[in-house]
Write a protein of this length. Structure first.
Length: 436
């Protein structure tokens, strides 16, 4: 739950919203590696109080720092995450808190929830052994790749975007106990009673779990991750937090290593580009996403620039009612779609040609359509792979054909090995040229 002042019920934001980012910049710590070729750093912070040195885990080094701060040998100003008990006082409680985490003793931990544009301190019972989730595709992918599906006893989702049960088989047959963005307490209470659920995993989007105050009054914690964050730091921080809270440490480091490698490779390949394509994103039929959306920002991370028109700033643009679109330059359009949105599953490859044509049809009068520069890519992939596919379609001369598929296969072999996915038999980029 959100941390509340001992004397009031007012939520409190993190003092200095840049706390996590600043620590990440100065305390990136190399993790265990097999050889020099594997020498990567996780440059994001596990945003949990007790992670005193601001790296990717809580270990004996953090305990030493907390003890030093308690003794007055170091200061809380130097190590703001050392306040493990999160009460503003450095004493034995902070030492005991870190020891409890190291011993995996059930406790409560304080961590950062991303709530819209704000970073909020939250208190969560740890480790989470049973939970619920607003299992949108963006949240479900974290559950799938971390292998924590067995810890979820109930989920909610929208009928148009159910989670892919091939990746999270535990979700198969689970009825939605809410809409795409919320779970009501009356629906959740059964799972608290019958399964001991203590938390709900959801997105940082403020439209999700708007009823969080009612839920928290009933002693259910809300964990918010930046499930659609497109920067390397945002993605890794969400992986680290989810993995820690659900005690899924087996996969966390490997996921971070792989993801950082992919995202930095894309970054390095586009670093010298001077001629950036003008691109627009689409995530709903017949519309182009506004500039601030995660879909648009993914294209920016992939090396595109967004259309220079103020009408993209405030809201999504309905193509059918925006004749002005035909007169501005948009080199490429990248539609980012879930399997449910296309009527099937990306990993089963069961989309129909008519379903794909229906996505492209509203763009038919745009120049990008005429020039065969309209694409559909998978919107249920982890952000690093989504980024790789976006970069491949935007810069075919920089990223050879199959660049993203190769990385995708590596990811599946590492983290979806039980599913046995063969990417070579599937399609993850659809080009309008093939469906005219």
């Amino acid at each position: 739950m959100f941390l509340i002042d001992k004397s009031s019920t007012k939520k409190i934001a993190v003092i200095g919203v840049v706390l996590v980012i600043v620590i990440a910049a100065v305390c990136a710590v190399a993790f265990g590696k097999n050889d020099d070729s594997d020498a990567l750093n996780i440059e994001s912070v596990l945003p949990v109080y007790g992670n005193a040195n601001g790296d990717y885990q809580i270990d004996e080094e953090d305990l030493k720092i907390v003890e030093a701060v308690v003794k007055g040998e170091k200061t809380l100003e130097e190590y703001p995450l050392a306040d493990a008990f999160k009460d503003g006082v450095m004493d034995q409680k902070d030492i005991d808190q870190v020891k409890a985490i190291l011993d995996k003793t059930a406790t409560s931990v304080w961590h950062i929830n991303q709530f819209g544009d704000e970073q909020m301190v939250a208190e969560t019972k740890w480790p989470i052994k049973a939970a619920m989730a607003t299992a949108t595709p963006n949240v479900a992918v974290y559950i799938a790749m971390l292998g924590i599906g067995d810890k979820f006893k109930a989920i909610s989702y929208g009928s148009s975007s159910p989670p892919d049960t091939l990746l999270v088989p535990e979700f198969k047959g689970m009825e939605s106990i809410g809409g795409s963005t919320s779970i009501e307490f009356d629906n959740a209470s059964k799972y608290v009673t019958d399964y001991g659920c203590t938390a709900i995993l959801t997105s940082s989007n403020t439209s999700y779990m708007k009823n969080y105050e009612d839920i928290e009054k009933h002693n259910i914690d809300i964990v918010r991750i930046d499930a659609t964050g497109v920067s390397t730091d945002d993605f890794l921080r969400s992986v680290l937090l989810t993995g820690f809270l659900f005690d899924a440490n087996e996969n966390v480091v490997e996921i971070c290593k792989f993801s950082e490698k992919v995202m930095k490779d894309v970054e390095s390949k586009i670093a010298g580009v001077t001629d950036h394509p003008i691109a627009a994103a689409s995530n709903t039929p017949g519309s182009l996403a506004k500039a601030s959306s995660d879909y648009s920002q993914l294209l920016v991370e992939a090396g595109a620039v967004l259309p220079d028109d103020s009408r993209f700033e405030s809201s999504t643009v309905k193509i059918a009612s925006a004749d002005w679109l035909y007169d501005i330059q948009i080199d490429s359009i990248v539609s980012i779609r879930t399997g449910g949105g296309l009527g099937g599953s990306w990993y089963l490859g069961d989309f129909t040609a008519d379903g794909i044509k229906a996505v492209f049809a509203p763009m038919s009068k745009l120049k990008a359509y005429e020039n065969n520069q309209c694409y559909i890519i998978d919107g249920e992939l982890p952000i690093p792979l989504r980024l790789a596919y976006a970069a491949e379609v935007l810069f075919p001369d920089l990223f050879e054909d199959g660049y993203a598929d190769t990385l995708h296969q590596e990811f599946c072999d590492k983290f979806y090995s039980d599913v046995g996915i063969d990417i070579s038999k599937l399609t993850f980029i659809y080009n309008v040229a093939d469906y005219k």
